[in-house]
Every structure is written in structure tokens, then in C-alpha cells.
Design a protein around this ligand. Structure first.
Ligand code: DQQ
Length: 575
């Protein structure tokens, strides 16, 4: 019998995946592999484990929950399976940090134990009450499988780590009356209205319409459903993990979720269960009607703006009063099949926390890794004013790049040779699939080849391509992991987003990529377009991972400056 081809393997793996999925029950958003849920295996493939991204030492992790700052300490809770590397047995695991980079694990803060959460402690958010008193609202699953909203409070406010949380017996505080009880979850951070009442929004759907139901309360205990939802949108399906917060019209400073004032803009984000991506709009909050109204510059559906155009879901922001900034956390799941996750013994990471602010054009947000990450930079490589001729590439040498932070600026002196843009190319991801890094272009593709083997049998391309449309140029940013691993994988999509810059004017574009063994997290044009991918090289591992700059366009480009640092490992949850 001959060796099965890549196609045969892929088909076989797909059959296994589909068969397993069919035989499990499907919860709200994650396939349930009951037979794998409590399987403890040693972590076998540690070389691909991330070094500086947030991750528990073992097992499954999904959504970030209740991020907050309290008396000098950052807290991150997250959906965690203490018993295995697939979704199941979910508790709120709890870690603390003074810089959001080095993490110390604590005991789980919230776990199923009461009738109102006996079948699950799902996602939710923290709200800091006046007098600096934290409160959590989360979704509990009761014995009948209904999704309810519960509150929990620190048992002892004088414990600097807030280790223990109390769930009052008066829970649930919000019962699914008049809503679909199996699609009613993930309460947001609450905000105070001018009438002194708290407001919270909960994700849901009504038939195919995505809904963010609004509830009000004076005391955080008795909640009343508002007549109208905060927002809804047709044909978008279940809205998981909504997030709603004000942003300053200019500058990078963040605002408290309850901030009010003239000229404030708002961001509303939902995680669409149908596509498994996070979409947001920029808009205004009509306080008189207690409704969110997106601006007409933001498409309000699954063609809309994304915080990240890659593997990034169930994200959540919080206001950091210590540095007056809004921080975004997001879950980056594996691109692998459940069986492989079980063999690895771990699954899921959090993307590096990012500060988030409104772009000066007020049409989108901009994101950038928190400055604390820079404390992990060690050895540096530096290159400047280097021409990359059409069809050429060069290697960045002198540092190990399997865990690295790369910042590069490309000068594009002429746009003469830009390919023409077809107006039907509305989906950047499809366009990147069509015109991947190997497809020669006019201006671009140019960018980085990361986690590449010495002979480039393996590589993940992070690049830009510039097109000429009728009256302007269109810039596409892509992640192309098609050749990232010699082992066939089920899910290796190209990811892409358009970059809203006037390149004819700037004549340059910047790129930052955070490389971490099996993660590539990229920020184009100073954080206007972000993409995160999970890749699993077999050769380009540890010291055998290489970094190249390439130009596969007809036009020469110049690297005006490239700085790359090795990134050392922080304290990571006791691992
Ligand atoms: N994950 C949680 C839910 C949420 C989903 C369950 C999003 O609360 O809707 O683990 O990934």
C-alpha cells in the first residue's frame, strides 16, 4: 500500500472530526467531546507552546472573563477546563499580575456549585462599583439548562489578590423571561446612567436576529428588562460576549465605562457565533432612548470591522485606571483538531493585551500591544535603508526568532506598477486566498516570512499588497500560512483585512509582528489592521526558526528601518 497523500489525510481527518462532532452534543458555541474532556495527558509538544502569551500550564482555555484592575493588581479570569484539553467542565480560572505580562495563578474564582450555576459557569464581566468595590456578573447554567445571569463579590476586600468570591443565594439576578433561555449569556461590564441606575447588556438572538438585551438596576440585585434592546441587527445570529464602551474622540487615553460627556463616541462589539469572529461598529449612544446607534461608516453585520482579522474571538475590554487606558483581551484558539489538542495537552491562548483607542478618522479603532511587553525584549537585530529588489528576499540574522518582536517600516517610492483593483473584491480574506504570498504582484506582496525553515519549506507570510482602484489605492494586509507546516492541517486559512491609509501620500507602511512559537500576531500601519494566526511548524521550531524579509512584487521596496528583538519568557502561571 502506498503512502496516503496530503489530500487523503485531510479527508480522513475531516471524517474523524465530523464524526466526533456529530456524536457529541453541541453547546452554545463549542463542540463537546465528552470522551476527551477528562483526559489528562503529559504536555508532549512543548516546543510549539507559546512562550510569552497568556496560557495556563496545561488544558483548555477559551474566553477572557472579567478583566479588571484592583489596588495595583490586574486580574484575569478565563474559561478553563481543569480536566482536559477540549472544551468542558468550565470554571473561571483566575490569575493576577502587576504588569499583565508576568502572571501568577490562583485557585479558580467561580465554579459550578449552586442550583443557579450547577451546569456551567460561563462568561461575564467585572464592574468596579463606587468606593472601589469589584463585582462580577456571569452566566450560570442551571439544572434545566437555562442560561441565567448571576453576581459574585469578593469575600474579603482586604485580600490584595481577591482570591475568594461569594455567590449570594439570591442569584440569579437576571432570569431569562421573555427571551430564549438557551441563547442568553455573557453580560457586559455595567455602566451608570445619568439617572443613577446601572445598565448591563446581555447577548442573545431572536430567531436569526442578533440581540443585545438591556437591563437596568439601582442596586445591582433587582434588574428590570428595558423595553428595547440596546442594539440588534438582522441575520447576524447569536451575539456572544457583547462589549460596549465609550472612546475619546481624539487621543489614546481610555475612558471609564460609565464616562459621559459631549462628543464621546462608542464602540459596540459582538462575537458572532455564526462566523466565530468579533465584529465592531463605531457609533453614538442615544442616552434619551437608551440605545446604541452605529455610524453609517460602520457596516453592522458580518462584513463589518474586526478587532482582529484572524484567530481572535470572545474578546473583552476593560478600563485601566492606573494608566488611563482601555485594554483589549481576546482568545486565540488553536487551528487544530481536537485529537491533536488532547495529544498536546493544551489548547487556547490569549492574544497579548492591547491598548485600544479611536482612530483620528473616527471610523475605526487602533490597537497596540501594551508597553509592558517591551520589558521582555532582549537581544536586538537592526537593519536600515535596505533595498529589497523585485523578487528578492534577505534573512534577518543574529537573533533567535521563534520568540520575537519585529517592527519594520517599508518605503514604497512608486505606486506606478500597482495592480488594478476589481470592485467585486469586497472580502479581503478571499482576496488574500486568491493572491497569496506566492502570487507575484505589482506593488507587493512584500513583508515578512516568519517561523520559516532554513530552506523555506515552511514559512508563514505576513505581507501587504497595494492595488490601484478608481480614485485611490487599496492596501491589503495578509497572513498566508498555507506553507506554515509540512504536516497537513484541517484549518489553515489565509486571513486578511484592508488597511485604511492613504499610501499615495504616506509612501510608507509599518508592520509589527509578535512571533511566539505557534502564534503570529501582527499589527499593520501602527495597529489599524491586526491579524493573529496559529501555525504549527515542524522544522521551523526553536533555534531552527528563521525570519526573512521578502518582496514578490515588480516594484522595488526599501526597508527604511527594521528592529527585531528576542523575547524572553515571563512568569507564566507557574509553568
Ligand atoms: N464561551 C462561553 C460562553 C460564550 C462562549 C462558554 C464564547 O459564555 O458565549 O465557554 O466563546
Amino acid at each position: 500500500m502506498g503512502t496516503p497523500t496530503r489530500g487523503v489525510w485531510t479527508a480522513w481527518i475531516l471524517v474523524v472530526v465530523l464524526f466526533t462532532a456529530r456524536n457529541g452534543t453541541v453547546d452554545a458555541s463549542h463542540v463537546v467531546y465528552s470522551h476527551l474532556q477528562s483526559l489528562h495527558v503529559p504536555v508532549v509538544n512543548s516546543s510549539l507552546k507559546t512562550g510569552y502569551h497568556f496560557q495556563p500550564p496545561r488544558n483548555w482555555m477559551n474566553d477572557p472573563n472579567g478583566p479588571m484592575y484592583y489596588n495595583g493588581i490586574y486580574h484575569l479570569f478565563y474559561q478553563y477546563n481543569p480536566k482536559g484539553a477540549v472544551w468542558g467542565n468550565i470554571v473561571w480560572a483566575h490569575s493576577i499580575s502587576t504588569d499583565m505580562i508576568n502572571w501568577i495563578p490562583l485557585e479558580p474564582a467561580i465554579y459550578p456549585s449552586k442550583p443557579f450555576d450547577i451546569n456551567g459557569t460561563w462568561s461575564g464581566s467585572a464592574t468596579i462599583h463606587p468606593g472601589n468595590k469589584p463585582a462580577i456578573m456571569y452566566t450560570g447554567i442551571d439544572g434545566a439548562g437555562r442560561q441565567l445571569q448571576n453576581v459574585a463579590f469578593p469575600k474579603d476586600l482586604s485580600d490584595p489578590y481577591l482570591r475568594e468570591w461569594t455567590k449570594p443565594d439570591y442569584n440569579p439576578v437576571i432570569f431569562p423571561s421573555g427571551v430564549n433561555a438557551s441563547a442568553f449569556r455573557d453580560p457586559t461590564t455595567a455602566w451608570l446612567g445619568p439617572d443613577g441606575h446601572w445598565r448591563v447588556t446581555v447577548g442573545s438572538k431572536r430567531s436569526k436576529r442578533g440581540m443585545a438585551y438591556l437591563y437596568r438596576s439601582r442596586d445591582f440585585v433587582r434588574w428590570t428588562k428595558a423595553k428595547h434592546p440596546l442594539h440588534s441587527s438582522k441575520d447576524t445570529g447569536m451575539w456572544e460576549c457583547p462589549d460596549f464602551f465609550p472612546v475619546a474622540p481624539a487621543g489614546k487615553l481610555g475612558l471609564d465605562t460609565s464616562a459621559r460627556g459631549k462628543g464621546l463616541k462608542y464602540v459596540f462589539k459582538v462575537s458572532l457565533d455564526l462566523t466565530r469572529f468579533d465584529y465592531y461598529t463605531v457609533g453614538r449612544y442615544d442616552l434619551a432612548r437608551d440605545r446604541y446607534v452605529p455610524d453609517n461608516t460602520s457596516p453592522d453585520n458580518n462584513t463589518g470591522l474586526r478587532f482582529d482579522y484572524g484567530n481572535f474571538y470572545a474578546s473583552k475590554t476593560f478600563f485601566d485606571p492606573a494608566k488611563q487606558r482601555r485594554i483589549l483581551w481576546g482568545w486565540s484558539n488553536e487551528s487544530d483538531i481536537a485529537q491533536n489538542e488532547t495529544t498536546k495537552g493544551w489548547a487556547g491562548i490569549q492574544a497579548i493585551p492591547r491598548i485600544l483607542w479611536l482612530d483620528s478618522n473616527q471610523r475605526q479603532v487602533v490597537q497596540w500591544p501594551i508597553e509592558e511587553l517591551e520589558s521582555l525584549r532582549t537581544k536586538q537585530a537592526y537593519i536600515h535603508d535596505k533595498l529589497v529588489k523585485s523578487g528578492h528576499y534577505f534573512e534577518v540574522k543574529g537573533i533567535q526568532t521563534s520568540q520575537a518582536d519585529v517592527e519594520v517600516t517599508f518605503d514604497v517610492s512608486s505606486l506606478e506598477k500597482a495592480e488594478s483593483f476589481n470592485h467585486t473584491w469586497t472580502d479581503p480574506q478571499k482576496l488574500c486566498g486568491l493572491k497569496d504570498a506566492e502570487v507575484r504582484g505589482g506593488v507587493g506582496p512584500f513583508g515578512l516570512l516568519v517561523l520559516a525553515s532554513a530552506k523555506m519549506e515552511e514559512k508563514t507570510a505576513v505581507f501587504f499588497r497595494v492595488f490601484k482602484a478608481q480614485n485611490k489605492h487599496v492596501v491589503l494586509m495578509c497572513h498566508d500560512p498555507k506553507r506554515s507546516s509540512l504536516v497537513p492541517r484541517v484549518y489553515e486559512p489565509t486571513f486578511a483585512g484592508f488597511v485604511d491609509i492613504d499610501i499615495a501620500n504616506t509612501k510608507r507602511i509599518s508592520l509589527r509582528s509578535l512571533i511566539d512559537n505557534s502564534v503570529v500576531e501582527s499589527f499593520g500601519a501602527g495597529g489599524k489592521t491586526c491579524i493573529t494566526s496559529r501555525v504549527y511548524p515542524t522544522l521551523a521550531v526553536g533555534p531552527d526558526a528563521h525570519l526573512f524579509v521578502f518582496n514578490n512584487g515588480l516594484e522595488d521596496i526599501k526597508v527604511s528601518e527594521l528592529k527585531a528583538w528576542e523575547i524572553r519568557r515571563p512568569l507564566m502561571n507557574g509553568d
